[in-house]
Ligand binder design. Structure first.
Ligand code: HEM
Length: 195
């Protein structure tokens, strides 16, 4: 049977390349980002990642999905970065959250979004290098989110791809995972664009 992950990749890449070329994050590798805008983008990511991770956590638990999700959550890194850049617990609480993530309602939909977040670590490494050079960051302060706080990103990606191949081989859901990943990417692009 044909592998699933290359199909998922092919479905997402047009949206990915659009985000990479035209989305606000492009200013990081271009090194035109101001610190203030960087902070705004991180706040926007927080408003998306935080509620998404909560929904994903409860869905993966209720369907007993055997993924090391606890190790993969990254909202804490965003909180650390935002705190490093001057936010407080109070101001973090006030950041708007993307309510549409409540449309993630079942295991397959959750896995489509997990795919986006896991894949985004790869680009995160490119962005974290640019952030260190551009803003002089170090020690994972201010860029912990994009750097996955120093985790073994390539190994984690390989493990995740294996998990996904096994999961769809046993449970199916390919079409629904692909639709969810595409819708999630659209939602995220729109959410980031209006920062
Ligand atoms: C300027 C912004 C971005 C850059 C420079 C970037 C860069 C990259 C790079 C270098 C890779 C790995 C190489 C490749 O597979 O082609 C990658 C993969 C990926 N990125 Fe991004 N990325 C960006 C934004 C995003 C965003 C906003 C998301 C959505 C959450 C995202 C999701 C993914 C996914 C899912 C993959 C894995 C694709 C696969 O192989 O299945 N990326 N990105």
């Amino acid at each position: 049977m044909a592998m699933f992950m290359p199909q998922l990749r092919e479905a997402i890449m047009p949206l990915h390349d659009e985000a990479e070329k035209r989305g606000p994050l492009r200013e990081i590798p271009e090194k035109t980002m101001t610190l203030n805008n960087y902070k705004k983008i991180l706040g926007r990511l927080y408003g998306f990642v935080s509620p998404s991770e909560e929904v994903i956590e409860s869905l993966l638990a209720s369907y007993s999905v055997d993924l090391d999700w606890g190790e993969r959550k990254r909202v804490g890194h965003l909180e650390n970065d935002l705190t490093f850049l001057g936010e407080t617990r109070k101001t973090l609480e006030m950041l708007p959250k993307c309510v549409e993530v409540s449309n993630i309602r079942n295991m397959f939909q959750a896995l489509g979004i997990v795919y986006l977040f896991e894949g985004s670590r790869l680009g995160g490494l490119v962005l974290s290098k640019a952030l260190r050079e551009h803003f002089g960051f170090g020690n994972y302060q201010g860029y912990a989110y994009f750097a996955s706080n120093g985790a073994e990103v390539v190994a984690m990606w390989q493990t995740f791809k294996n998990f996904m191949e096994n999961h769809v081989a046993s449970n199916g859901g390919e079409a629904e995972i692909i639709i969810s990943a595409k819708q999630g990417f659209d939602l995220l692009n729109g959410w980031l664009d209006s920062y």
